[in-house]
Structure formats: C-alpha cells, structure tokens
Design a binder for this molecule. Structure first.
Ligand SMILES: [Fe+2]
Ligand SMILES: [Fe+2]
Length: 167
C-alpha cells in the first residue's frame, strides 16, 4: 500500500512541524502537550528505521556507502535519543529542558538531511518496488505493535556492533 520511503518522509515532516510548534506554546502545559508525543514519535521512528530500513540498506538495498551511512545514522539516533532523555530529567520549560530539546532538534535536523539526501536516495536506487512496499507494511505494523513505545527500550546502540549484527 505505502512505500517505506514515503512513510519515513511523512514522519520527517511531522518532526519539523512539531519542533516549530514548540515556539508557539505559551505555558509548560502547552509545551508538554507538543513535546511528549513528538519525543515519543522520534524515539519510535529511530527504532523502526533500525529494525526495518537499515538492515536492508546493509544487506541488499544499499550502495557502496551503506556501512558508512548506517554508522552515521546510528550515531545520530543516539544523539537524538540522548537529547530526549536529557530533557526528560528536567521540568518542562526549564533552561535544562530546553537544552535537551535543542540537542534533539539540531541533531535531528542534521540527521534528516543526511537521510533524505543520501540514505533514502541510495535505498530507492537499489531496492525493488516490491521490497519498498513490503517494508512499508512492516513499518505500519511496527507502530501498531508498539503503542506508546511499548516493548521498546530506546537505548543507544553501538554502531559497529549494529552493523556487524545486521549486514
Ligand atoms: Fe528518519
Ligand atoms: Fe533516522
């Protein structure tokens, strides 16, 4: 039904909108209402890519830079996760909270550009249409199987170990 690269781009758009919305919030309650779902979505999205997209980039649907691109992606995902975790330790709206959010935002912006300019183009060039749609279905199922992130730890991953285990 849906190509995985289109579903990923849709999420990326929602992340940009979510971060921009934070600027319109006028109270900690409003910030929380925007941040909590955004942070959860960022975390689940990274796990979904690590579970569904990057193993195929490494195995059968990536170019010669697949390992380097995957290494960059896992490092970026770790930095985004760290920013979210940092924000979670502080009262919403405090300077320390904003610092964590800002880390997640800037790392995410840089990461989206790399995925959209390098990873997804390589994947589109090398993956069959069948695979793109098959992974799209798996992508939707992943979100259904982990409502509110249930069963996911959002722990950082070691890039070298991840590549070794998934290539
Ligand atoms: Fe992504
Ligand atoms: Fe990513």
């Amino acid at each position: 039904m849906d190509d995985i690269t289109a579903l990923i781009l849709e999420d990326h758009h929602r992340f940009r909108v979510g971060f921009a919305r934070l600027e319109d919030a006028r109270s900690p309650q409003e910030l929380e209402a925007i941040w909590a779902p955004l942070a959860l979505h960022l975390d689940i999205h990274a796990d979904a890519e690590e579970e569904i997209l990057y193993p195929h980039l490494l195995k059968d649907a990536g170019g010669e830079d697949a390992e380097e691109e995957t290494d960059d992606a896992i490092r970026d995902h770790n930095k985004i996760r760290d920013g979210i975790e940092e924000a979670g330790k502080h009262p919403v709206g405090s300077d320390a909270w904003w610092k964590g959010v800002w880390t997640a935002r800037t790392e995410n912006s840089e990461h989206l550009a790399e995925e959209e300019d390098e990873v997804l183009p390589d994947f589109r060039k090398h993956a069959s249409r069948e695979l793109r749609f098959e992974l799209g279905a798996l992508w939707l199922r992943f979100f259904a199987e982990h409502p509110q992130g249930k069963g996911l730890s959002f722990a950082d991953k070691d890039p070298a170990k991840y590549i070794e285990e998934n290539k």
